[in-house]
Structure formats: C-alpha cells, structure tokens
Design a binder for this molecule. Structure first.
Ligand code: AMP
Length: 542
C-alpha cells in the first residue's frame, strides 16, 4: 500500500524560495571582488536568482545545459548558483586554483556552454580561451563600471544582463533526480572526475547537514563559509543558510588572517567552515596581534585532518567549539562529524581531545564500513584500519561520462581511497589516503598521524610525511617540515615531541625542512609532487 502523503520534488529552488518567504530580511553580506562591502537580503537574492534564470533562458540556455562558474564566494555567485539550478541547468563550479591543463580538461569534459567569471580570473581564461571551443559566451560577474579590457570574444556584463530582466518568473517543477550541480574532484592522480549532484541529493544533504549534531546552523547564526563554493559546494553551506534563513557572510577573494578576523568580528560571525590551512593563518594572526574572534561559537574543520594543537587553541584560547568533519566531493561532501556524545561529554578534557582529533561519526544517510584488501569488514575497535567505504543517497554512483568505470562494488559501497579506523562509539579516524600510507616491513604507518604530531611542536608551521625506499623495510617515513619564522631545525626536540603520540617504529628516519610544501587546488598537501621531489632521496642510515 502506498502512503498518502504529498510528493513534492526535492528541488534546490525550494530552499531559496523558503528563505525569501520566511527569512526575507535576513542578510547576505559580501566582501566584494571590486573592493568594499555589499549587503542585501535573501529576498533580494531570490529575485536576482530569478532574473539570472530569465537571462539564461534569453541566451538559449535550457534544461540540462552545463554552465560554468569561475568565482569566489560572493552574493552574485550564490544568486547565480540558485538561478542556474533552479531553471533546470547545471551549475558547474570550477576551481580557479587548478592547473591550466586541468582547467581546460574540466571545462571541455563538462562541455560548459556559458562561463560566468569574476574579473580576477579574466587573465587565466584569456590564456586558455582558444582551447575552450564549447563556450558560447563569457559573462563577467561585475557591473559596467568595472568591466575590464579583454581579448575574449562574446563577453557580457553580468549586471547589465540581470538588470534587464523583471524577475517575474516561477521556478519549474523539475524532476528531483535531475542534475543540479557539478564539481570535479581535485584529482591528485589522473584527470579530475566529475561528480554530478542531483536536486534530491543536495536537498537531503541539506536537511541532514543542518542537524545540531552536524553543522548545527540556526536562524540565529551568522554563517561564514570560508570554504569556497568551488570546493564541494562550500560544503553545502549556501544551501543550509537558505534553509534556515540565517545571515550569510561571504569574503569574496579574501583568505588572509587579518581580513578573516576583522570580518568575523565586524559581522558577528557565529559559525564558520574551512580547511586547516585557513585556520592556521587565522590562528597565527590572532596569536601575533592578541585580537579575538568576536561572537564566533563554532568552527567546522574538514578537508584535511584538524591538528590537535589547532583544536586545542580554538577551544582553550578562544572558547570556540571545534566540529571536525570528514567528507569528499563524492559525498556532497558531508560524511561524518565529530561532536560529543552523552558519554564522551563527561570524559576528561585530554581524552575528549583524542576523540575530537578523529573525523567523527557518520551522519544519518551515510553508511560506512572499513574493509580489508579482500573486502572483509574489519572490527570497529579503533585499532584495525582498512579501506573506508561509504554508501548513501548523496554519495556518488558514477562519475560524469562514466570516467573511471564502475566505482561501486556489488554491495553498493564506494571506496573513498581513505584508510581509517572505526571505534566502538562509531567514531571514524582517517589514518591515511590508501596511496599515501607508508608500508614499512609489511606494517602500515599513517603519514597523517605523523604530520599531526609534528604540527604539535611549537617550531613547526606545516608538516608533510612521505614514504621513501628503504633497503630493509621497503619504505620508511621522511618528515618534511616548514618551520615557523625564526625557528631552526632541532631534530631531537621534534623526535621527542613525536614520541609522545606515535609508536617508536613509526618515527621518521630523517627530518628535513623546506620553505613551502606543495598544495593541491583545495589546500591538501600534494604528496605526489613531494614524492617526485624526493624520489632520489636516500636516508643517511640506509
Ligand atoms: P575533496 O574531495 O577535495 O574534498 O577531498 C576529499 C578527501 O579529503 C577525503 O577523501 C580525505 O582524504 C580528505 N579529508 C576530508 N576531510 C578530512 C578530515 N577531516 N581529515 C582528514 N582527511 C580529510
């Protein structure tokens, strides 16, 4: 017997419609690309997103067309995002930090028909435009006054297009399974792969992300996603913000500690989300200036492991709760969140910190397992580590154009490429990417745990660990450090610090320093490049 409830398609346009109707006066504030601060409301955003949809129709864009955006987190990007998806086209957020060849590959692979771009990215696109045959029009996300000179053809001004429309438009009742957004994986190996989100997957992801034990956004919050919209939908924050109608704060092209601190304080930011490298910059700025974080209550850290020292500093020095989350482009991205349970909330602080360093428990809608090389489930004892697999309604089923072939096993599991443990309480801990784990004498050493332990040393700004060939053990860890300004390398002191957190046989066989570590376009340490840089390196003791 079928249920007798209404069946309304789960569309992303419902989110902004809700924000307009019931939180219409709530604000969206942006530090703009042109300079200065822009403010308007969710109602303004809704009207303009309808105007975007009208302008796209006028340009010949229809259902299923893929529209690229190369843009920072701004009000224009948000209204554009809703406008594209709402009318039935697909919003393809492109990461401007990609290497030139990857950018060309992605835009061509996706067959982007129109590209919206912030003026900061005009030189990047001018340099590759000859290799982007599908793009019929470039729309500069600015007003007439700020339109730059360009060699690009078929260029339009965003404000002129939007303002020519009247906003008298109703969102179509689409099939909820239609694609609404597209994001390519950051691809540390091989070509990036397209993850095609549906209206339904984004809607469900939003409902679960909002839970108090997930991101926990409420109408009272000022939510500031530092994480860019081109990195896994800014972890869904612009959807969540519309769904609860909170104030949304967007910092445009700014990621430096000074601007973030001022924005957080000036705008009363209560909730924010970003990768650890951003928080390193903010904490360094706070520590050097003695400034505070205003009304900030909660910070979501994900994308890479949050170091213990970072969690401790936010909580102890600034009274800010850290919510350590794990996810990936392929999981929309939320997979697990590290908030306390009734039991862990009573634990002593140090023990709680141990658990906060883990990547949290799966949220409802994401099933998780750890498997050995033969596909057998491993015990959830916090010790056994294996391949982390996930499944659920906002987990990828197939990459765009079936790149990578069949990515789901016979039980519906998607292999994340991460290696992790699961403990008795359901907390998952990433120990490595499967290709980064160091295989020493048949045992596995976690490069991430070593890196996290190294960052706990007061002289260390950033740490990368790679496996280097060793004649006896096959591979042993090499620790590569970026030191804080003015610090000099004291290997003994670093080893003493590591000994507190890892087994003796995990200790690196050597420690070296560099001025800078290579990063991927989403801020992760580029292990592949590190391995290439040190491929001829030999341990002094080998
Ligand atoms: P991306 O698709 O660029 O978001 O990258 C996803 C990958 O980032 C995951 O498969 C993990 O390897 C890594 N990652 C994400 N969140 C965390 C976290 N909290 N701790 C450690 N690694 C993480």
């Amino acid at each position: 017997m079928l249920g007798l409830m209404q069946n309304w398609p789960l569309l992303v346009s419902k989110l902004i419609e809700h924000a307009d109707k019931f939180h219409g006066k709530s604000e969206i504030v942006t530090l703009t690309v042109e300079g200065g601060t822009h403010r308007y409301t969710w109602s303004d955003c809704h009207v303009r997103s309808k105007k975007v949809a009208q302008a796209l129709h006028r340009m010949g864009v229809g259902e299923g067309d893929i529209i690229g955006t190369l843009a920072w987190n701004t009000y224009r990007h948000v209204e554009l995002w809703y406008g594209i998806s709402g009318m039935g086209a697909v919003a393809h957020t492109i990461n401007p930090r990609l290497f030139k060849d990857q950018l060309i590959y992605i835009a061509n692979h996706a067959e982007d028909k129109v590209l919206f771009l912030d003026t900061s990215f005009v030189p990047i696109i001018e340099a590759v435009a000859d290799e982007l045959p599908n793009i019929e029009a470039y729309i500069f996300m600015t007003d007439e006054e700020h339109m730059p000179e360009t060699t690009l053809k078929n260029v339009y001004c965003y404000e002129t297009l939007v303002e020519a429309e009247d906003g008298n438009y109703s969102w179509p009742e689409l099939d909820e399974n239609l694609a609404s957004g597209l994001c390519y994986t950051s691809g540390t190996t091989g070509n990036p792969k397209g993850v095609l989100y549906s209206h339904r997957s984004n809607f469900l992801h939003t409902l679960v992300s909002l839970g108090a034990d997930a991101l926990g956004a409420t109408a009272k919050d000022v939510f500031f996603p530092v994480v860019p919209m081109f990195h896994a939908n800014a972890w869904g924050v612009p959807y969540c913000a519309a769904a609860v109608g909170c104030k949304l704060a967007l910092a445009g092209p700014h990621f430096d500690g000074e601007t973030l601190q001022k924005f957080i304080e000036d705008e009363g930011v209560s909730l924010t989300a970003a990768v650890p490298t951003v928080w390193l910059a903010l904490l360094a700025y706070l520590q050097s200036t003695g400034k505070g974080v205003g009304d900030l209550k909660r910070v979501v850290i994900g994308g890479s492991a949050a170091p213990r020292s970072m969690i401790q500093s936010f909580e102890d020095d600034y009274g800010v709760e850290v919510c350590h989350a794990w996810g990936m482009t392929e999981t929309s991205p939320l997979g697990s969140v590290g908030v306390m349970t009734r039991e862990t909330a009573t634990w002593p602080k140090e023990k709680q910190l141990d658990i906060k360093c883990k990547q949290g428990r799966p949220v409802l809608g994401v099933e998780m397992e750890i498997l050995d090389d033969d596909g057998n489930a491993l015990p959830h004892d916090g010790k056994a580590f294996g391949h982390l697999v996930v499944r659920g309604p906002w987990v990828v089923k197939e990459y765009m154009k079936a790149e990578g072939g069949d990515i789901i096993d016979e039980n519906g599991w998607f292999d994340t490429g991460d290696v992790s443990t699961l403990d008795e309480l359901g907390f998952m801990q990433i120990t490595d990417r499967s290709k980064d784990v160091i295989k020493s004498g048949g045992e596995w050493i976690s490069s991430i745990e070593l890196e996290n332990a190294a960052v706990g040393h007061p002289d260390v700004a950033e740490a990368g660990v790679i496996g280097i060939f060793h004649p006896k053990w096959n591979e042993r860890p090499l620790l590569i450090l970026v030191l804080n300004e003015g610090a000099t390398l004291d290997k003994d002191s670093i080893i003493k610090c590591l000994e507190k957190s890892v087994a003796k046989w995990w200790l690196p066989d050597d420690i070296i320093t560099v001025d800078e570590l290579p990063h991927t376009a989403t801020g992760k340490i580029l292990k592949m490049e590190l391995r290439e840089m040190y491929k001829d390196y030999k341990f002094p003791n080998a």
